[in-house]
Design a protein around this ligand. Structure first.
Ligand code: ADP
Ligand code: MG
Length: 531
């Protein structure tokens, strides 16, 4: 039968063998090293100035904000020091007109207003106390003071980080466009608006979501070994891992604590192998590429992450629909359709629009073990407006979706496996099945796609240097609080660095502050970052 033959041939083109995996791991390691040596390589290997991962004993109250694509989240996190925490948060949609505002100030003023609202709503006591003290305590550097909230700022756009709380915007993505902000320090932009409102907050850390994931995981993970890698498989994909300072050869712009001998590196692995030395390319990958906004970039991400898998599947489906040799989502008459009807694809179906097929339906397809594929066929109707799809057609859709998802999982194992090898931890005798190498992952794809992690493990077992035995000593756990707890933990690390750098200054400030607190008579220590 033509459809079945055609489907098998498509599935085969998405196959990614153990041999392919191993070749790609070697190339990943090569590109990773190259990125540690110089700028401008495909794996950017960005130093984050975070030089330690938490062990779960950290304590204190911190703030975290997250500007992702669509929403702005504000939260406060109480780290309880036993791997657990409590938190409070608000979420608001970023108004469309601010995404394309004339001045950076317009957007950042809105963010500061939301932070103010949050403080008034959830921390009114601390807030009023600080507002009063703000009027009396000042410092040469503006509002620095040890009694203010330290805040981690998760900013999910490309920035050139030059310090733990300093980074300039390289370009906007995800529908934002405020040219005025380009090349400006986003932490300073936010701090300026916070200061205008006299809020008791210091933007202490600029946080990348993968670094946040690593920190959150390391805080919460069981066992004595800290986590080595935080990875995202959501809209995009990226990973941050703990590297030895001795391997980081390129010069660093800002100051950092050298005592741990390590630094967290943001790999920006979405750009792994932009030159296509080893990545697989089907004609559908090529077609996606041709019509993408950034041809030649994020080549690994375009084969792995949620934003793209659905589009690859859509392109295959469109080809099948246009192929006169196969009957796919169309029937001669109702007798060739097991529903006793004929399939109709609505003209407004997402199948006919770029990005019109959400990767989520691939999870539905994968999940559906029903002999009649009832769930998938329902989803085809509801989500893609393909009415009365026949069983064979739904089955072909499921097989192709599986092939694309499976290739993505095996490619994910390339990055994960390579980083594990890069850390050399498998040679460490302390790393056992009970106390394994710990990895935190986040993102809807890895969370919701059935079998994604098992398929990653299957590929890990095939990697030279990992194998069956090594894979048993790797634990991949879901972690969802990267931009909350993770950001708070980075703010904590930053506060520690600040303390070292400014110990004397803070000492002086303490006496001034005490005097000021005594005059307003309500020294409220709750907002103090304890360490
Ligand atoms: P973000 O990356 O913006 O933080 P998510 O982690 O939720 O957000 O990832 C969103 C991406 O995951 C989208 O590309 C979406 O298509 C995809 N996605 C959402 N739900 C699922 C699902 N159930 N299975 C697979 N992919 C999904
Ligand atoms: Mg996310």
């Amino acid at each position: 039968m033509a459809l079945e033959t055609e489907t098998d041939s498509i599935v085969q083109q998405f196959e990614y063998s153990d041999n392919d995996v191993n070749k790609a791991v070697k190339e990943f390691l090569r590109q990773a090293d190259e990125g540690l040596e110089k700028d401008g390589t495909s794996l950017s290997q960005i130093p984050t100035y975070v030089t330690a991962v938490p062990n779960g004993t950290e304590k204190g109250l911190y703030m975290a904000v997250d500007l992702g694509g669509t929403n702005f989240r504000v939260c406060s996190i109480q780290l309880l020091g036993d791997g657990t925490f409590s938190h409070t948060y608000n979420k608001v949609a970023v108004p469309k007109n601010l995404m394309v505002a004339k001045k950076a100030e317009d957007l950042f003023a809105f963010l500061a207003q939301e932070i103010k609202k949050f403080l008034e709503e959830h921390h009114s006591e601390d807030f009023e106390h600080h507002i009063r003290r703000r009027m009396t305590v000042s410092s040469p550097d503006g509002f620095r003071d040890e009694h203010i909230f330290r805040m981690g700022f998760t900013f999910s756009f490309p920035v050139k980080q030059v310090g733990i709380n300093k980074g300039t915007l390289i370009r906007w993505t995800k529908g934002f466009d405020i040219p005025d902000a380009i090349d400006k320090d986003v932490c300073a932009l936010l701090q300026a608006e916070i200061d205008k409102l006299h809020l008791p907050i210091k933007v202490a850390a600029l946080v990348n979501d993968t670094v946040g994931t690593l920190m959150a995981r390391s805080y919460a993970a069981p066992g004595k070994n800290g986590s080595v890698l935080g990875a995202i498989f959501g809209t995009g994909t990226n990973g941050a891992y703990v590297e030895k300072l001795s391997k980081l050869k390129k010069p660093l712009a800002g100051d950092y604590d050298q005592s741990t001998g390590e630094m967290v590196i943001n790999t920006e692995w979405g750009s792994f192998d932009n030159q296509l030395n080893v990545l697989p390319t089907t004609k559908w990958d090529a077609s996606l590429e041709k019509d993408s906004l950034n041809p030649g970039f994020q080549m690994y991400e375009k084969r792995v992450s949620g934003m793209f898998l659905g589009e690859i599947l859509r392109l295959v489906v469109v080809e099948l629909l246009n192929n006169p040799e196969v009957s796919f989502f169309k029937d001669e008459n109702s007798s060739s359709n097991d529903r006793g009807s004929v399939t109709i694809i609505s003209r407004d179906s997402g199948l006919f629009k770029q990005w019109g097929l959400d990767t989520a339906i691939m999870s539905t397809a994968e999940l559906d073990q029903d002999p009649e594929l009832t769930g998938l066929r329902q989803a085809l109707e509801n989500n893609l407006h393909v009415y009365a799809p026949a069983y064979e057609d739904a089955l072909a859709f499921k097989k192709v979706a599986h092939a694309i998802g499976r290739r993505a999982a095996r490619l994910s194992a390339v990055a994960i496996g390579a980083i594990v090898l890069q850390t050399g931890k498998l040679n460490d005798k302390d790393v056992t099945e009970e106390d394994p190498i710990d990895i935190g992952v986040d993102g809807s794809l890895v969370e919701h796609y059935p079998g994604f992690r098992p398929m990653i493990y299957e590929a890990l077992r095939a990697i030279d240097g990992i194998g069956e035995e090594g894979a048993k000593r790797i634990r991949i756990g879901l972690t969802q609080d990267g931009s909350g707890v993770g950001a708070a933990l980075i703010a904590l690390v930053a506060a520690g660095m600040e303390k070292n750098a400014n110990a004397e200054y803070i000492g002086e400030l303490r006496s001034t502050s005490k005097a000021a607190a005594a005059t307003d008579g309500s020294a409220d220590e709750k907002a103090t970052n304890s360490d």
